[in-house]
Design a protein around this ligand. Structure first.
Ligand SMILES: Cc1cc2nc3c(=O)[nH]c(=O)nc-3n(C[C@H](O)[C@H](O)[C@H](O)COP(=O)(O)O)c2cc1C
Length: 224
């Protein structure tokens, strides 16, 4: 039996890799057009089909349309971003300050993906040794949504320069629910062909060849 029996067709595979390579974190190119409910539902279904430890499905989705909530979150971002800038010196500080690191008000939709750390009870299958596997699972839901959004022509920007306790208060989250990802979503004028941080000279993609090890850390990988 051929090893490719279970593979997608050539065209489908190209679509998957295209979504992976052309996904971008978007902050600057949002258009005001509303995301139709049916499209948003597809994105949420994609997120909801992520793998999760013990099939825990720890995620919830808070869709934020209110301008007041967004303004509060933007103010929170400004405060945290100011603190972040102070960590750099001189030219790098100026460079940091020139970067646009959120699209909270311009994007038509903000979405917080949370992680309910108590879902499934105290003993979730597979979560004994590494308790944070619920957080890892929720990150995978974010990535599913991010890739599906790219296929739909929708940009997503992850805003993490936020105080998580303040964010939890604005969103009225219970104690056991963690605000894992605050995302800005919308159709875009364009997807940049490289990460914005790379285009702005902040950091480049590392060569994959430098990240490969054979058997042990630091040992070269020999390929047959
Ligand atoms: C966990 C996480 C948090 C991030 N937080 C921010 C953020 O607060 N602001 C921002 O502009 N980009 C944020 N990003 C986006 C990264 O800067 C971006 O993924 C990276 O520069 C690579 O670009 P690309 O996503 O377009 O490939 C975040 C990404 C991740 C995965």
């Amino acid at each position: 039996m051929s090893t490719s029996n279970n593979a997608f067709s050539e065209t489908e595979r190209r679509g998957v890799y295209r979504a992976i390579h052309e996904r971008r974190d978007v902050r600057s190119q949002f258009l005001p057009d509303r995301i139709p409910t049916a499209v948003l539902d597809r994105l949420l279904e994609a997120a909801h089909h992520a793998p999760s430890v013990g099939y825990m499905q720890p995620w919830d989705f808070i869709i934020i349309e209110s301008q007041e909530a967004r303004a509060a979150i933007l103010a929170m971002f400004e405060q945290e971003n100011q603190k972040a800038a102070e960590r750099f010196e001189g030219e790098q500080k100026e460079h940091y300050r020139s970067l646009k690191l959120q699209g909270i008000m311009e994007s038509p939709l903000n979405l917080c993906i949370t992680c309910d750390r108590s879902r499934g009870g105290p003993h979730v299958l597979g979560r004994n040794s590494i308790v944070d596997t619920d957080l890892f699972s929720t990150c995978l839901a974010v990535q599913n949504l991010w890739l599906a959004a790219r296929a739909e022509g929708i940009g997503v920007g992850w805003v993490s320069i936020l105080d998580q306790a303040q964010l939890s208060a604005v969103l009225s989250l219970p104690e056991h629910v963690y605000p894992l990802a605050y995302l800005c979503l919308g159709y875009v004028s364009e997807f940049l062909d490289q990460p914005e941080l790379e285009a702005k000279g902040w950091r480049s993609r590392l060569p994959l060849s430098e990240l490969l090890h054979g058997d042990k850390w630091g040992q070269p990988l020999h390929r047959g």
